[in-house]
Write a protein of this length. Structure first.
Lengths: 358, 358
DNA sequence: CGTGTGGATGTTTACGCAAACATTGGTTGC
DNA sequence: GCAACCAATGTTTGCGTAAACATCCACACG
């Protein structure tokens, strides 16, 4: 009775109608092929020499049984999982999904899977919690994509000894950081507008907590300042087109405003709409530059001049840096900047311009 | 420096200078607390009764040593990983990232991590490969987000016995499917335009391979047909704003075209631009409806009337269905439709209209 | 021919955890 | 007062894998 029950819930009953996915193990393959489990292991990993005939037998057995190595066991044995963890705040935000996709792709190419933990609210506790979870999951390294000032402020200290790469942060003195060259991108944008003859450039910035937003705003300010131009009050949005629209309405109402640098394309879209509705044609009266170069930007009205960000490259470098760390161990703090470039489209024009309407 | 000895014989040899992240195991905690490993396990899982004083001692030891359970060992023991795999084609495509985010969030709430494998080119081999990888990773279930006709065509058969939920596919007869109610959304869009008095509705469809695109196009055709309206030739885009723009140029050149239903918001954006550039104001001369309700749509010129899709809900239901399957086992094929609703904004207007310009 | 040599394969063991079983010591019930 | 019992805790075992070590056998060489 006991015996039976024992066997039963072992193999897979328990649940009504439930055949527990009985995995095929090396032992099964070994039995089938008439060899030892170790030989199966050798074939599976191609390590030691196995005589060809044996090899074929084992392979055949594997095929017939549908054998798949169990990565849990492997991980237990090796202490590593061939998995990279990604902790991020907001997957749907413009660049993040593309960065993650690139990370996943490159990781996959190196035989790593990626495990994702989104953090809803970026508090210290949540980030640390995510890290703990990653630790339990025995990931080999972690990419933290956290645009907010959490890591740089030093409020959150990542577990020492863990392999980690940070994206979009100012923690370059303490962690290896991969980031888009925010400052240079913003400089290009502002200079472009200045070069067109605009006396100064207004800025619709991203939220205060955002590291990228600060960097862009800082660069904007510094270019204006070193060019000896007046620095208008900065308007803040929250990255959304709606917030850009609101800021844009205010800007459009100011006749002295002829050039706007929005900290991302969505907000630029909002500015475009605000200008349009306020009867200030773009680019005839107002020039607008965005940031990100999302695919849609080329189809805005008018097509948006913007700063192209190479998210895929960011992802690639993350994986590269992480893998280097995993195999080489020593992590070198420092910031790896991915260049940006200005894409000139139809939303910017020389100033002063003939008052042609668009 | 007892750590040295440990490190030396434990994992850390091999690599020069490599201190392999020496994990703290139950045995370590047990030793520290002066109890058996099993007791630590009991405390860790809160299963059997442990006397309070012992419990506290163990907890203290855990804290001091920074103990984290090793999920690899756990997975090996239990045969399951508390991980959900997500296989998808194109993370950055509009809805996917939001769906994935919702999946990750809900999965996390249930104590599951998610592992992501993006498939670059959706061929049978790649999908199967991803599945194999998931299998190796010993995930407990898999969500497949694959908008292309791969699964429905039956070309790709998912491994039987695996717990799986499919998003965005027509495989409802063979797998549990969670999907947005594409057909109903499209119907709402087309009816809306018809109700406004337009004699018929043109359609800019998504790519042929896309399941969602087919469903939307079918619904469009069926509404027109049952209303006894002429069915214009359908134009195909590839979801991008650019392709929408190209289709839009052709449409705008046709004076009989007064209403356009674009299969997604991006293409609608392109149509908007095409109409604008062709001097056919929206909505005065042409009404345009999109699909998805991406956040930006509200800021288009003019703000876009579109069909709202609840990606988060799709993600939620995926997890729910998958978890039910994991604990209950029997999977019931069938399609779970998440409702859509039309969001009326400024891109649609009655027809015929006074010829006011926008 | 015996002895070494080395290649092919088998056996043992440990990775960290937890279920099953064993042990201990203190109650309870008759 | 002793058997039956229970609660707290310890011991054994096995999950699937692969490194380390142990065998075995064929072949070469003195």
């Amino acid at each position: 009775m006991d015996q039976q029950a024992r066997t039963a819930d072992r193999g897979g009953a328990g649940v009504p109608g439930g055949r527990r996915k009985q995995r095929v193990s090396m032992a099964d393959v070994a039995a089938r092929a008439g060899v030892s489990a170790q030989t199966v292991s050798r074939v599976s990993n191609g390590h030691s020499a196995v005589v060809e005939s044996t090899r074929q037998q084992v392979l055949a057995a594997m095929r017939e049984l549908g054998y798949r190595p169990n990565s849990a066991a492997r991980a237990l044995r090796y202490g590593q999982f061939n998995t990279i963890g990604v902790i991020l705040f907001g997957l749907s935000s413009t660049g993040n999904s593309r960065t993650v996709e690139a990370i996943a792709t490159h990781a996959a190419a190196a035989g790593y899977a990626i495990t994702l933990i989104p953090v809803g609210v970026p508090t210290q506790d949540n980030v640390l919690g995510a890290f703990t979870r990653m630790d339990e999951l025995a990931v080999d390294g972690v990419v933290v994509i956290m645009e907010v000032h959490l890591l740089d402020a030093g409020t959150v200290a990542l577990p020492p000894g863990a392999h980690v790469v940070v994206v979009d942060s100012d923690a370059g003195d303490r962690y290896p950081v991969v980031d888009t060259d925010q400052a240079d991108g913003a400089r290009q944008a502002v200079r472009h507008l200045l070069d067109l003859g605009h006396p100064t450039v207004h800025h619709v910035a991203g939220p205060e907590e955002s590291y990228a937003a600060s960097r862009r705003a800082d660069a904007w300010r510094s270019v204006l300042s070193s060019a000896g131009r007046p620095i208008p009050d900065l308007r803040r949005g929250d990255w959304s087109a709606r917030s850009g629209y609101e800021a844009g309405l205010a800007l459009a109402a100011d006749p002295s405003c002829t050039a706007v640098f929005a900290a991302n394309d969505q907000m630029a879209l909002g500015v475009l709409r605000a200008c349009h509705e306020s009867g200030r044609p773009v680019p005839a009266e107002v020039s607008v530059v965005g940031f990100d170069d999302i695919p849609d930007a080329a189809s805005y009205l008018p097509p948006l001049t913007t700063v192209h960000q190479d998210f895929a490259e960011v992802g690639r470098r993350c994986v590269q840096a992480l893998l280097a760390q995993i195999s080489d161990s020593p992590a070198h703090p420092g910031t790896d900047l991915v260049p940006t470039r200005l894409i000139t489209r139809a939303s910017t024009a020389p100033y002063p311009s003939g008052l042609r309407r668009m």
